[in-house]
Design a protein around this ligand. Structure first.
Ligand code: LLP
Length: 407
């Protein structure tokens, strides 16, 4: 714990200054992750667009902007927030799924890069703007020449995204009919794809397809890269991935004489490990079978363990030398609400502070007011100094927008 990037003393002080539950972000860790990514891809022309759905706090966005990333958005509201955070339109890419064309029109008006992922909106784009609005096209690679192992199957299952390769005749028809300038191709492999082979096979298809579109300057490979985790040997190393991309990048240039720029849209890689959820143990309880440590949070604040079975390391910062014991770490919602089952922790006592790690991505951004509880406050540590970047809710936040009928 003494070596923990957030010192124990600091965490206790944060808990007493801002209360718990509290989201804490380490700006330095975000910077390190960006630097790692850039270092890995340093030999090719590469740009990063932070996927803000992972965490859209304005101060986080401003930090990303300060560090020179662009931003990947998926709704007109995210575009508005990104602009509000100070990103210039040329540093914003809009990658929505299944949206009404009106939302795309708003993004066009804002002047951001447009990524189209279905034939219906491609046709509408062509009809509305003809040659005047360039776009990216998102592909669904449908890797049916690969063995249907878990990764490939996962990709197929989420195939509501993108335009299937088999439908690219239609894409060419529409592009030719309306003169739509296709300047980029896009593919998002998703973090469920754990194998470098599958990721690269998808990438290879994009490089091949780029040969059919002479106006393509950018290839966007989305996000889905997992940061390295000591407990997960299957996570692929970003340096090895970059090496494979380097080969494809230069091979393409040699074959076509065209110089591409590669884009990535990482969310979790940049912010997952930079975020922590600090909670307090309210009740220790044994139901005759298991020991529970009941904390003042739940899936209303961090839904990933319940929704995806995600594993988050948990540290008892109040009793680091305590005897090791097994607990079900549970929240306070009135339904099954686990952070961890059968987790070994240093003995937990009521009042102890627990630190839930790797909670920076899809933590706060997927939180809710379920059970009419307040969302946590958020603090960002910059140069060892804490800054409150979101206040804890108050009852007014729960009442906002409600219109009462008085019977
Ligand atoms: N680009 C596109 C087009 C995406 O759909 C996503 C995530 C990203 C980039 C960023 O992916 P990342 O690098 O963060 O894996 N709520 C889930 C994750 C959903 C991801 C959806 N798309 C979770 O908590 O794991």
């Amino acid at each position: 714990m003494e070596n923990h990037p957030l010192q124990k003393a600091m965490l206790k002080k944060l808990a007493s200054d801002y209360g718990t539950p509290l989201y804490i972000y380490d700006a330095y860790k975000i910077k390190q992750q960006i630097e790692t990514f850039r270092k890995a891809f340093s030999e090719i022309d590469m740009r990063l667009f932070y996927a803000m759905k992972a965490n859209s706090n304005l101060s986080i966005l401003k930090w990303m902007k300060h560090l020179g990333t662009g931003v990947d958005t998926v709704s007109a509201n995210e575009v508005a927030l990104a602009l509000r955070a100070g990103f210039r339109p040329e540093n914003i890419v809009f990658t929505p799924n299944m949206v009404n064309f009106d939302e795309i029109k708003q993004a066009v008006k804002a002047g951001v890069f447009i990524n189209i992922e279905n034939l219906s909106n491609l046709e509408k784009l062509g009809k509305a703007y003809g040659k005047s609005v360039p776009c990216f096209i998102r592909i669904n690679p449908l890797l049916d020449d690969m063995p249907w192992e878990n990764d490939v199957e996962a990709w197929h299952k989420q195939s509501k995204f993108g335009i299937a390769l088999q439908q690219f005749d239609r894409v060419h028809d529409l592009v030719n009919r309306y003169g739509i300038p296709v300047i980029g191709l896009h593919l998002h492999a998703s973090h469920v794809i754990m194998s470098r082979e599958v990721f690269l096979r998808g990438a290879q298809i994009v490089f091949e397809l780029a040969k059919e579109f002479s106006g393509v300057k950018y290839l966007d490979f989305g996000g889905g890269l997992r940061p390295e985790e000591p407990d997960n040997p299957k996570v692929f190393d970003v340096f090895a991935l970059a090496e494979a991309f380097r080969e494809k990048f230069y091979q393409f240039r040699q074959e076509t004489g065209r110089k591409l720029q590669l884009w990535f849209e990482p969310g979790r890689f940049l912010i997952r490990q930079a975020g922590y959820l600090l909670v307090r143990t309210e009740v220790i309880k044994n139901n005759g079978i298991v020991d529970f440590t009941g904390v003042n949070s739940g899936f209303n604040h961090l839904i990933r363990p319940m929704l995806y079975g995600s594993w988050h390391n948990i540290i008892n910062i109040s009793n680091p030398a305590g005897e090791k014991k097994k607990y079900n770490v549970v929240g306070n919602l009135c339904e099954i609400d686990n952070f961890a089952i059968g987790r070994t922790l240093n003995e937990v006592r009521e009042g102890d502070l627990l630190l839930v790690e790797n909670a920076g991505a899809y933590g706060f951004s997927m939180s809710s007011h379920y059970n009419s509880r307040f969302k946590p406050a958020e603090v960002m540590i910059v140069n060892d100094k804490p800054f409150l970047i979101r206040k804890r809710d108050t009852l007014d936040d729960l009442l906002r927008n409600q219109i009462e009928i008085n019977f």
